[in-house]
Design a protein around this ligand. Structure first.
Ligand code: SME
Length: 164
C-alpha cells in the first residue's frame, strides 16, 4: 500500500481525479475491512481537494428500521443519523441516484449540519442491488460540483462496491 498520496499539481479537477483514482484503487486493494477503506478514502479526498466536509453514511438497522448512520469522514462534526428520504443523503438513498445540489438553501428538506455548507453532491453505492452507503461531499462555496465530480466520484463508488 502506498504510504504517501500524490496530489496533482494542476488545479484542474479532472487531472486531480485522474491522479487520485488509481491511488485509491491500490489503497484499498486486498484490504477487506470496509471502515478502514472508507476512512482512507475520506482522507485521500480531503487531502486532494480540501473539501469542507467529505464522508460516508452507512445504511444500518435500528429498531427494525433502516437509517443512515455517520461513518468515516473528514471535516467538522456532523449529524449522526439521517432517515430514509430525508435531506440530500436520504434522497440519494431513496432515489438510488447521485444528487448534485448547487445551492443547499434551495433543496427542500436539506439537513444543515453546518451553516457554512453551501453546495453538495451525494452518491449512493450498491451491494446486492441495494444502497448500502452514500458518499456526501459538502462545499462552503455555491455551485462547487458538476458532472465531472459526479462522473469521477461515481467511478470511485464502483471501486468501493467492488471491494465491499
Ligand atoms: N447536508 C446533508 C446532511 C449531512 S451533512 O451535511 C454532513 C443532507 O442534507 O443530507
Amino acid at each position: 500500500m502506498a504510504e504517501n498520496l500524490i496530489v496533482a499539481a494542476s488545479t484542474e479537477k479532472a487531472e486531480r481525479y485522474e491522479t487520485l483514482l488509481p491511488q485509491i484503487e491500490s489503497l484499498i486493494a486486498g484490504e477487506p475491512d470496509l471502515i478502514a477503506n472508507l476512512s482512507n478514502i475520506a482522507a485521500a479526498l480531503k487531502q486532494t481537494f480540501n473539501f469542507f466536509w467529505v464522508g460516508f453514511y452507512l445504511v444500518k438497522e435500528n429498531n427494525s428500521k433502516q437509517e443512515l448512520v455517520l461513518g468515516p469522514f473528514q471535516g467538522p462534526i456532523a449529524c449522526t443519523r439521517i432517515g430514509f428520504g430525508k435531506g440530500v443523503c436520504g434522497a440519494a438513498w431513496k432515489n438510488e441516484k447521485t444528487i448534485v445540489v448547487p445551492n443547499v438553501d434551495e433543496f427542500p428538506g436539506h439537513i444543515a449540519c453546518s451553516s457554512d455548507s453551501k453546495s453538495e453532491i451525494v452518491l449512493p453505492a450498491f451491494k446486492n442491488g441495494k444502497v448500502f452507503l452514500v458518499l456526501d461531499v459538502d462545499s462552503d462555496k455555491l455551485n462547487d460540483f458538476d458532472d465531472a465530480d459526479a462522473q469521477f466520484l461515481g467511478k470511485m463508488m464502483n471501486l468501493i462496491e467492488a471491494s465491499a
